[in-house]
Ligand binder design. Structure first.
Ligand SMILES: Cc1cc2nc3c(=O)[nH]c(=O)nc-3n(C[C@H](O)[C@H](O)[C@H](O)COP(=O)(O)OP(=O)(O)OC[C@H]3O[C@@H](n4cnc5c(N)ncnc54)[C@H](O)[C@@H]3O)c2cc1C
Length: 509
């Protein structure tokens, strides 16, 4: 039986990002993907928000995406525009780029990192025991994994087999999304009515039209057809504009659900497998990619025997509240996209509110993902928030903070007196840099904060500790997040058995 420290079910955006993160951190990872190639029929997600561009920048790959998309002020709340051009980030905008391109670029990165992908087959079942997970594939093969991560989308088999509940709210609306040709010249752009938003947009090639249209009824069970689309168009526009030649027709609803737990022992969930909601606000892919960046380094440390297994509990503790908030704001936006006199009045009030500085910054911080705050306890405002990509002066010359994160290794930045702190036992894992920073410390939506004396940055770019490096809290923070030092392990602490170790007992590929 072939073995991997981690097997990921599903090579969509979440699975690809997670695979890249694990490979960068030195874990043996493989993806099992149903599709025979990375090609994605249809357009689905339309782009990336600012924080997602930042996390790609932290790995040195943001330029690949920026070069192929269109930057713009795309953030909105229920389509009420939210300008973030004054936000303190190198990417104060969103990026218009279809999901098929996002996946192609991520796929290229994962290929460079030599992650094996078992293509054209499904994970059909699994059984976990005390040391690993037996993963069954539809082609009859089995894989042995230390951990299995379900990145297999909203209908996640992994979630179902693990018996993880998916509580939430049933759909109140059903929409068709399609790429088609039309004989007639359609009425381009958005239309709002009592059912919600509909749109007709010309695609890049000029021939095809991207249709998003609400259906009159919910609860369809079969595949969406051209006839369904024609009927829905007629119900909204009074004509189907001679619709024909569909390249892709799909159906989505505003069903809103979240996995009760992101982990069951050796099985974890990420992306749509863990949370589902309406596409309004464009949060799904972004949340999934950021789940992956939160989980990747933690899981790598656990399978490499650097950290104990309970580090994985922080994944649920940090990411579940983030998606729970996305679910709430998505439902609020869905309600606001409908149009009748009362909802229009409420929209008017919201638009007025969002033209004010405070409310705009608050909601824009949330929609862009720049305000994410993991609860790491009381302390400096940076604690649990994203580390700003500041310009640093270091002994090896000028550097951006994000450049230090390219290898997905933790960074300890000291802005105080050069200390000569000895982190030799952890040197392989943690970069220790004496730096100076002349810039202002400003956080999106929060404003200016006091410059810290030292910060410990996790590989996902969030600040794990703020203080003075002579501070007694630093060794604890290093141990909590990055495992006991080699010296501590030598001094009698029980070493953690790496998950790869059991794979070496004859199960490795
Ligand atoms: C119309 C529409 C517009 C959207 N717009 C946006 C937007 O603007 N911004 C945004 O952020 N999000 C948007 N989304 C949501 C976004 O598309 C999803 O959130 C995103 O695709 C989730 O990525 P994922 O990798 O978690 O899951 P998926 O993309 O669903 O990927 C799951 C992968 O797992 C594979 N798979 C499934 N089951 C198995 C199995 N048993 N074994 C092996 N492989 C399996 C599938 O083939 C697939 O490749 C939109 C969605 C829709 C429908």
């Amino acid at each position: 039986m072939t073995g991997h420290a981690v097997v990921i079910a599903g090579g969509g955006p979440t699975g690809l990002m997670l695979a890249g993160e694990l490979a960068l951190a030195g874990a043996d990872v493989a993806i099992v993907e149903r599709r025979a190639s990375q090609d994605l029929p249809g357009s689905r997600a339309g782009g990336l928000h600012s924080r997602t561009i930042e996390v790609l920048d932290q790995r040195g790959i943001a330029d690949r995406f920026l070069a192929q998309g269109q930057i713009a002020q795309v953030q909105s709340f229920a389509r009420i525009p939210l300008d973030i051009s004054d936000f303190p980030t190198r990417h104060p905008y969103g990026l218009g780029l279809w999901q098929s391109h996002v996946e192609r670029i991520l796929g290229g990165w994962v290929e460079e990192l030599a992650v094996p992908i078992y293509r054209g087959c499904d994970v059909t079942g699994f059984a976990q025991d005390g040391t690993g997970v037996d993963v069954e594939l539809s082609d009859g093969r089995s894989l042995r994994a230390g951990y299995l991560v379900g990145c297999d989308g909203g209908r996640s088999l992994i979630r179902k087999v693990a018996g993880i509940g998916f509580p939430g709210w049933d759909p109140t609306s059903s929409s068709l999304v399609a790429e088609v040709e039309m004989d007639g010249e359609p009425e381009w752009g958005l239309r709002r009515d009592d059912k919600g938003i509909h749109s007709l947009d010309r695609l890049e090639d000029g021939e095809q039209v991207r249709v998003v249209v609400r259906e009159r009824h919910i609860g369809h069970t079969g595949e969406a057809t051209l006839r369904d689309l024609s009927e829905a168009l007629i119900a909204v526009w009074g004509t189907d504009y001679g619709v024909h030649s569909p390249v892709w027709i799909s159906r989505f609803t505003d069903m809103t659900r979240q996995a009760a737990s992101y982990r069951d022992r050796r099985v974890l969930l990420a992306g749509d497998a863990a949370h589902m909601h309406s596409p309004v606000g464009g949060q799904g892919l972004n949340t999934g990619v950021q789940d992956a960046v939160n989980l990747g380094w933690k899981l790598a440390q656990v399978v490499r025997g650097i950290s104990p297994e309970n580090l994985l509990d922080t994944y649920h503790a940090e990411r579940h509240p983030v998606a729970a908030r996305v679910l709430q704001t998505t439902m609020a936006q869905t309600a606001l996209t409908r149009s009748d006199a009362r909802v229009d009045a409420l929209r008017g009030t919201m638009s007025e509110l969002l033209s004010m500085e405070g409310p705009r910054k608050r909601l824009a911080g949330m929609m862009s993902g720049l305000d994410i705050h993991y609860d790491l306890g009381a302390g400096h405002p940076l604690l649990g928030r994203r580390m700003p990509d500041l310009d640093l002066a270091t002994a090896s010359g000028p550097l951006r903070v994000f450049t230090l994160l390219h290898d997905a290794r933790p960074v300890l930045l000291n802005f105080g007196e050069p200390s000569g702190l000895d982190i030799t036992p952890r040197i392989e894992r943690i970069q220790f840099v004496d730096a100076k920073c002349a810039g202002v410390w400003e956080l999106p939506a929060l404003g200016q904060v006091t410059a810290p004396t030292a910060v410990l940055i996790r590989p996902d770019g969030y600040v794990a500790w703020v203080g003075d490096i002579t501070h007694s809290g630093l060794p604890d923070a290093l141990t909590t997040w990055f495992g006991p030092s080699a010296a501590a392990t030598r001094c009698g602490q029980k070493p953690i058995r790496p998950a790869t170790q059991f794979l070496d007992t004859g199960l490795t590929a």
